[in-house]
Design a protein around this ligand. Structure first.
Ligand code: G3I
Length: 345
């Protein structure tokens, strides 16, 4: 019986989806905040469907990889803005906002940075030069930056990295340097997996409190929201509430909802799994919609169609379907659910 109801439900959705496609309705029309996608410039230029979908469905764009150190600053005296500029050009042509990702991270640093030799002052000069050159290049074109990404471990301690090793207080310094370079850009601290990791969340909240006292310019918190159908709703709601209580802008910055987190090779995407994923998407959107309007920076998906997801590419999980659009770039049932929720509001 339950299965029958589920099937009717999904069938109805497909029908409604066809209707709303015909009416050219898009979720973004009904939102009071930007809806974003992380993009790959190669797909933008090589996959027409991908390109048109990003243009029509999203109002904010993040570079998935091409503004990171390894790509944008490949040699000590050479920056490569070509792919980042391509993304900016595309965003401008579609009137989308651009979110910058990411200035300082332990991962995807350039080889020359890992091999860098020098005293503390030399390290500071190197990082300051990186941050300020990139931020100035995009001044006026990028609304906000993930200044520092993933600086804390799950136990709340500072993550060991070339930055924490060579530059005391590197997080605060990075925010100050970014702010000097573009005083109008919103500056975010971005991290993953705060739900169910109270120590990590506490470390982030303590940092925000301390920055406020020291007048370090921080304007927003990025909650990446790489969650799964097994994530606990209460834990998700709690970290959203705790983050919002800081008064900073909130960005669900890298959303995906994994359906096969253990990479089971025999996994089958059935209706029950679909329903669980729909519930998680609805939870994220409805929780975000409840935040004060002034704190709603936006919701960004970590790429577009299921086959574009880092969970397939980076993690090599072929049977993963974590996004809002399927492999044919069609809207999933969740799309209509989310749109209906906002249409009724
Ligand atoms: O561009 C090269 C290509 O030339 C080469 O042939 C290929 C061979 O493996 O690698 C390509 O680079 C890969 C790159 O993605 C582009 O596809 C890198 O190996 C791979 O490491 C890189 O993975 C990225 C990952 O960050 C690195 O940690 C993912 O695409 C990207 O989605 C992911 O994004 C991060 C966020 O920045 C921060 N939060 C977590 C999130 C997921 O890990």
């Amino acid at each position: 019986m339950k299965k029958l109801i589920t099937l009717i439900f999904l069938g109805l959705h497909t029908f409604i989806q066809a209707q709303s496609n015909a009416q050219n309705e898009y979720i973004k029309q009904f939102l009071r905040f930007p809806l974003g996608a992380a993009v790959n410039p190669k797909y933008l230029s090589e996959k027409p469907l991908y390109r048109s979908l990003v243009a029509s469905e999203f109002s904010s764009i993040t570079a998935e990889n091409h503004m990171k150190m390894v790509n944008i600053h490949p040699e000590k005296d050479r920056f490569d803005f070509s792919k980042g500029d391509e993304i900016i050009g595309f965003a401008q042509s579609t009137k989308s906002r651009v979110h910058g990702h990411t200035l300082v991270w332990h991962n995807q640093t350039a080889t020359w940075m890992k091999e860098f030799q020098g005293d503390q002052q030399a390290w500071e000069n190197m990082l300051k030069n990186h941050i300020q050159t990139v931020v100035k290049h995009y001044q006026g074109q990028i609304a906000g930056w993930d200044v520092v990404n993933e600086a804390f471990l799950d136990d709340g301690t500072l993550r060991p990295s070339i930055w924490s090793e060579h530059i005391p207080d590197y997080i605060a310094k990075s925010f100050v340097w970014a702010h000097e370079a573009d005083p109008r850009a919103l500056l975010f601290y971005n991290d993953y997996g705060q739900d169910g990791k109270p120590k990590k969340m506490e470390a982030i909240l303590n940092m925000v409190q301390e920055f406020k006292k020291r007048q370090i310019p921080i304007h927003g918190l990025g909650l990446q929201m790489h969650i799964s159908i097994q994530s606990k709703n209460e834990e998700i709601k709690e970290v959203i509430q705790q983050s919002a209580a800081t008064g900073l802008s909130i960005h669900f910055s890298e959303v995906d909802v994994a359906v096969n987190p253990k990479n089971n090779p025999d996994f089958v995407l059935d209706d029950q799994v679909n329903l669980k994923q729909i519930e998680k998407f609805k939870l994220l959107f409805s929780s975000f919609a409840q935040l004060p309007a002034s704190q709603q920076y936006g919701i960004t998906f970590w790429n577009v169609g299921d086959q574009d997801s880092w969970l397939r590419g980076f993690f090599k999980r072929p049977k993963e379907y974590p996004l809002l659009f399927n492999e044919a770039y069609q809207r999933k049932a969740a799309y209509q659910e989310v749109m209906d929720f906002f249409k009724k509001k």
